[in-house]
Design a protein around this ligand. Sequence first.
Ligand code: BES
Ligand code: ZN
Length: 468
Amino acid sequence: MSDLSAAMTAVDAYLRTESDRFVEELQDLLRIPSVSAQPVHKPDMQRAAEFVRDQCTQAGLAAEIIPTAGHPIVYAEWTRAPGAPTVLVYGHYDVQPPDPLDQWVTPPFEPTVRDGRLYARGSTDDKGQMLTHIKSVEAWMKTAGALPVNVKFVIEGEEEVGSNNLDIFLEKEKQKLKCDVAVISDTAQFAPGVPAITYGLRGIIAVEITLKGPQQDLHSGVFGGSVANPANAAAKLIAALHDDKGRVRIPKFYDDVVPLTKKERAEFARLPFKESQYLKGLGLKKPHGEAKFTTLERRWARPTCDVNGLISGYTGVGPKTIVPAQATIKLTCRLVPNQKPKRIVESLRKYAAKQLLPGIRMEFQDHHGAPGVVCDLNSPYMQAAREAVAAGFGKKPVMIREGGSIPVVGSFKQILGVDTLLLGWGQNTDNLHSPNESFRLEDFHGGIKSSAHLWGELGNGSTKAAPG
Ligand code: BES
Ligand code: ZN
């Protein structure tokens, strides 16, 4: 037996004996309601950061909490493998708001196991997935007393609100964060039994548009028809966002879009995807989107524009006859690689201003933005990742793109000059951002095992002499 396979055997055995404790510790983290968007949870953000720091310390990493203008970042490292590659692991301990609360079978911050799934807000996105890498480090440290690679961990608390303070940290600590490759587990497998590596993500812009009319709500009989209604104006603006072929009508929106290649389209088409099943899982009968593109193309490689929230007028029970004083539209566009977030925001701002009814004033807030990314499929790191995922899940991964966004991936490329391995252990059916979010325990354990093997594969020599 080679040194590596002997070490891996010991690590795998450790993972088996400690597996229940790992789940319990994940549950402890899930009990902390670290909702980054809601100011009342500020103390919980600190508590969650402390919990993650302690997990890192317990695993054998040197860990600290770094304050930011927003929520704190946890930084941890172990760098005593000279000559071996250095891997930067990123994750986030913040979660989305749990609403609508009445739709949860068990409360979002009371983690519960049912049918092999751990239910709680943040279970898959991203506390459970992030923890897999800390546990795999622990397994190596407790069995071999060392890691085969150098690791640096950045676990932040603002991913779900756009990571606005992270780039400042990355710029400032560029030297300390020097690495060969980054690893993130915050995406999904293609399906249960079909592990995947994600080589592309969409980017995003998020804005909030408030349309203001009369100084206060008015009687719609007394005044209606003589003044512009901000809710009607919002509807007009929203209707102007798409043509009837599903294309976005914001000027210059498609200017920088790189078209899908024939090869990539063929590869998407080869994946085991059943549209009827996909629609059924969503309670739908028909797909929708940009004409001439398949569902996977629309989800992964075409830009979009979606209203995420719409607030106006009377929303209580029964009728109420008013012209509301204002209307607010929360809106995001998903972007594909090469589209420039700033350019799209400016183009949208101008276009929205042109749609206004007379007498309506617009306030336009730019919340956050991040570019779309595609990563190198042929790097030696990618090869190591394929082997590691195959070891963890018992099957070779398929290569996919995904439609969600992880802002830091673009920042790692731009600021640190490294590609990211997007190794998602979750499933699209985990209800992330939705009620009843869950993480399959087998995916949690498969993720820990994959991660442990990744350290072995990356440290195995094949990647040491990687170019760059
Ligand atoms: N984990 C998701 C991103 C994701 C999910 C990527 C599934 C691929 C597949 C992440 O936590 C997330 O939701 N990100 C936000 C980013 C935004 C707030 C800047 C998103 O995509 O909406
Ligand atoms: Zn996430």
